[in-house]
Structures are given as structure tokens and as C-alpha cells.
Design a protein around this ligand. Structure first.
Ligand SMILES: [Zn+2]
Length: 238
């Protein structure tokens, strides 16, 4: 427990040279990632109950890491807890909600990218580069897990830019929209990951160069393309 949360998708950020030095994720992290993969791949369908006892049997672990993962997923908006009922998978947001998520992101994230570029530090440069590198090289042979790891890294990439903007209200508004996690539940597919890596590289280039305008435009471009990739799937939701 010495380094909570700092496993799996943070691995690349630790600037280890190669996989030989990579630590195995902690049990908490493994249980979290397993549940996240089940939610994103819809193995646990939206609205379905999540029984802790059943997970204990299925995963062969105690209740503790499962409860810790469920609390984390609840904070991320993927799981809801109802009094006397327990945990269930959050319902899939409506199409209108997805459209609002993109409206919000288009208003806030290009601005955040501009602010981040104009005040960029070496630490932010390094963290962004490490995240981008990790997204380009999935560290799992299991497709579902690789996909949910990509979802986490993408969320981390965008959160980092929002936080580094220095505007806390912007960062909080974006975090509260739970945009990433819901989006990735729309479709479990690698198509959505390919373009994103290149677009992220363009955002990073602007930020690293301290070019606010370039970072802003690259973020706008990324969000519009991402919207184009997802739209067919949220158009199909009621
Ligand atoms: Zn992205």
C-alpha cells in the first residue's frame, strides 16, 4: 500500500527503461482493472446489480479489494450505490447526454490546452510524453484489458492537461462529466484508439513547444475527430 494508485497506467510515467523493471500491479489495482474491463466491455451490463459475494467467488479474492475497487468506480461515475440494494453498473447515458459531454469538452479543453502550453513545466512535458508512450504500447495481451487501460490513459492524459491549465474550476467541471469512462462503454473496439494516439501527439507537440495556439487547435481537432468516431455509437443509443 506504499504507493496507492500508482501502478498499471502510471507505470510508463515512472521512466523505467523497460518492462524488466516494471512492477506487477498491486492486488487492488488488478481487481480494479478487472472490474473496469468488465464494465467497459459491458460484461457487466448498464443497470445490472454487482454482487460483492459473487465477485469474491469469481476472482478468488477477499471482499476488501473488491470494495475498494467499487468505491473508486463509484467516484468515477461507472458504478452507483443504492441504499439497501448495494452496487450496480451505472446506466448508459442518453444520446443527449453524450452530445452535452462533447459540447462541454469543446468549450473547456482547447482553452485548457492553451493555458497548459503557455505555462508548461518540464514535469508536465515528461508526464504527457510518458502517457502518450504508454498509450501507443498496450501492456496487456488481453484485448479487453488493453482497451480499458487505454481508456484510463486517455482519461489521465486529458485530466493532466485540464489540471496543468491552472484553472481548477475547468478541471473539476471536466472530471465531474465522467466523459471518458462512459464513452468507452459505448463500444469495445480498437478503431477508437488508433487515431487518438496521433492526435495526442499533435497536442503534446504544441504544449511541449509552449505554443498555446497550436495546442488549442490540436485539442479542438482531436475532440472533433473523436466526436466523429463515437457519434455512430451514441446515435444508436436511445
Ligand atoms: Zn484523447
Amino acid at each position: 500500500m506504499s504507493e496507492p494508485k500508482k501502478t498499471a497506467f502510471f507505470k510508463a510515467a515512472e521512466k523505467t527503461n523497460h518492462s524488466a523493471i516494471q512492477r506487477r500491479p498491486s492486488l487492488d489495482e488488478e481487481v480494479y482493472e478487472t472490474l473496469l474491463a468488465q464494465l467497459i466491455s459491458l460484461k457487466i451490463a448498464p443497470g445490472n446489480r454487482i454482487a460483492v459475494d459473487a465477485l469474491v467467488r469469481e476472482m478468488g479474492v477477499s471482499q476488501t479489494p473488491i470494495r475498494a475497487a467499487l468505491i473508486r468506480l463509484e467516484n468515477e461515475g461507472l458504478v452507483i450505490k443504492t441504499h439497501n440494494v448495494g452496487y450496480s453498473a451505472a446506466p448508459m447515458p442518453s444520446r443527449a447526454h453524450f452530445e452535452q459531454i462533447y459540447d462541454l469538452r469543446l468549450l473547456l479543453e482547447p482553452y485548457a490546452a492553451k493555458c497548459t502550453a503557455e505555462a508548461v513545466t518540464d514535469e508536465v512535458r515528461e508526464e504527457l510524453a510518458a502517457l502518450d508512450q504508454a498509450m501507443a504500447t498496450p501492456n496487456s495481451d488481453d484485448n479487453k484489458r488493453a482497451y480499458s487501460q487505454f481508456a484510463l490513459l486517455d482519461a489521465k492524459f486529458h485530466n493532466l492537461i485540464a489540471t496543468a491549465s491552472g484553472n481548477r474550476l475547468v478541471a473539476e467541471a471536466l472530471a465531474r462529466s465522467y466523459a471518458h469512462m462512459h464513452l468507452f462503454r459505448l463500444r469495445y473496439h480498437s478503431v477508437v484508439t488508433e487515431g487518438a494516439v496521433q492526435e495526442h501527439a499533435a497536442i503534446m507537440k504544441g504544449i511541449i513547444a509552449g505554443d498555446g495556439q497550436a495546442a488549442k487547435e490540436a485539442m479542438e481537432e482531436h475532440l472533433l475527430r473523436s466526436l466523429g468516431r463515437w457519434k455512430p455509437f451514441f446515435d444508436a443509443t436511445p
